[in-house]
Write a protein that binds this ligand. Structure first.
Ligand code: S3P
Length: 450
């Protein structure tokens, strides 16, 4: 068995010895959603945008490469710092080839909004996972604004976007709560005549709205209605990206479910549209303190202290589902370690993430001996049995970064070692995960796939 560096170029698995606990202070990498947006808005602004704390994960690097291919100059990223020389809203140049968005749904959907407003044609492609994700949810409302977008069968990528169209603002009610669709429409709205208005059925992350305002662009939010008027300009600014609560989630769950743990996660973004994981874990009995809360560049940030306790199963409150949508793989591990049953419903969106997270997590949990029942839009997990087997157990990540990291944390409460197959996509959102987790107390290493 060979030790492997964590790079996406070479496939690798994680092997985690059972037991241990998490302690110390650590800062997880920058927020992925915010990092994408500062590259996009920085590229479209007038002047130089200076970013610190940027996530140098592959998803964000794909967004940056796309803008470089359209003539935007940027220095970095290096140690989280990036200097972008904005081209202005109308300064992008036609890309010489298709733009490859890799594994990133956020990149593809938000770029579709921006590219719909350009004078030139473009094509957006992605990896195998992204090529199977629904794009009709952005292509259809963008077409209603006047964009011309062709998709493959079933609304799948690649997206062929024909430039030179005259866009017009629409009033659109989102059929599912989606920050990506909302953001795609608002970004297209920058290029549209009149007002673009998005109505949300439930609150979703509002980083686009906050950052547009930070770049001096007026955006109105009235209850669940968000609107902007096209034809303005973005002015460059400085952005400090907080640590990603979605990456912190693995450590929150690991520490919360492991007696003796005492961990502080520093400088974590605690935007109210992202803190479902804190609310759900607390409802399960977790001890989490939010300390030193402050505002950094229009986003709330805090340090999170979590200590190990006995968790119990719950019915996940419906209003928390969109606020914790990326954290369910980790939360399912908390549920597996908890006493009693956890029930999640109304989370069908999990089936169209980087993998079908309901199915891939249910299969893995059953491999770990946990009673798990899939439903069309959720899951029922009978907790308390994690750790019965002393055998070495194997689970497959389905190529999904968050599934891989969630199962790695399960080893803290397992009876035997866990091997997680196919972990290369961890680099999309959390480069250096194994090194940081091992510093905190998880007995994890990357090994060849054999
Ligand atoms: C994101 C929005 C969410 C989330 C994704 C990032 C964003 O997707 O799952 O990881 O940055 O806007 P949906 O908008 O599809 O819910």
């Amino acid at each position: 068995m060979t030790a492997r560096p964590e790079t996406a170029q070479s496939p690798f698995d994680y092997l985690i010895e059972p037991g241990g606990r998490l302690s110390g202070r650590l800062r997880v990498p920058g927020d992925k959603s915010i990092s994408h947006r500062c590259v996009m808005l920085g590229a479209l602004a007038r002047g130089q945008t200076r970013v610190s704390g940027l996530l140098e994960g592959e998803d964000v690097l794909a967004t940056l490469a796309a803008f470089r291919a359209m003539g935007v100059e940027a220095a970095g990223p290096r140690d989280g710092s990036l200097l972008i020389r904005g081209a202005g809203l109308h300064g992008l140049r036609p890309p010489p080839a298709a733009l490859d968005m890799g594994n990133s749904g956020t990149a593809m959907r938000l770029m579709a909004g921006i590219l719909s407003g350009q004078a030139f044609d473009s094509v957006l492609t992605g990896d195998e996972s992204l090529s199977n994700r629904p794009m009709g949810r952005v292509a259809e409302p963008l077409a209603a604004m006047g964009a011309r977008i062709e998709t493959a069968a079933g609304g799948k990528p690649p997206l062929r976007i024909h430039g030179g169209q005259r866009l017009c603002g629409i009033d659109y009610r989102l059929p599912v709560p989606s920050a990506q669709v909302k953001s795609a429409l608002l970004l297209a709205g920058l290029y549209a005549g009149g007002v673009t208005c998005v109505r949300e059925p439930a609150p979703t992350r509002d980083h686009t709205e906050r950052m547009l305002r930070g770049f001096g662009y007026p955006v109105q939010t009235e209850g669940s209605i968000i609107s902007l008027r096209g034809g303005g300009a973005l002015t460059a600014c400085a952005i400090d990206v907080p640590a990603d609560i979605s990456s912190a989630a693995f450590f929150l769950v690991g520490a919360a479910m492991t007696p003796g743990s005492d961990l502080v996660l520093e400088h974590v973004g605690v935007n109210p549209t992202r803190i479902g994981v804190l609310n759900i874990l607390r409802a399960m009995g977790a001890a989490i303190e939010v300390v030193n809360e402050r505002m950094i560049g229009g986003e709330p940030v805090a340090d999170l202290r979590v200590t190990g306790s006995r968790l119990h199963g719950i019915d996940v409150p419906q209003d928390q589902v969109p606020l914790a949508i990326d954290e369910f793989p980790a939360l399912f591990i908390a549920a597996a370690s908890a006493e009693g049953r956890t029930r999640l419903a109304g989370a069908g969106e999990l089936r169209v993430k980087e993998s079908d997270r309901i199915s891939v997590m249910a299969k893995g949990l059953m491999r770990l001996g946990v009673d798990t029942h899939e439903t069309p839009d959720g899951i029922i997990i009978q907790g308390g049995k994690l750790g019965f087997s002393r055998e070495r157990m194997e689970v497959d990540s389905g190529g999904d970064h968050r599934v891989a990291m969630a199962f790695a944390m399960a080893a803290l409460r397992a009876g035997g070692p866990i091997r997680v197959r196919d972990c290369r996509n961890v680099a999309t959102s959390f480069p250096g995960f194994a090194a940081l987790a091992s510093r905190a107390g998880l007995a994890i290493r990357a090994i060849g796939p054999d």
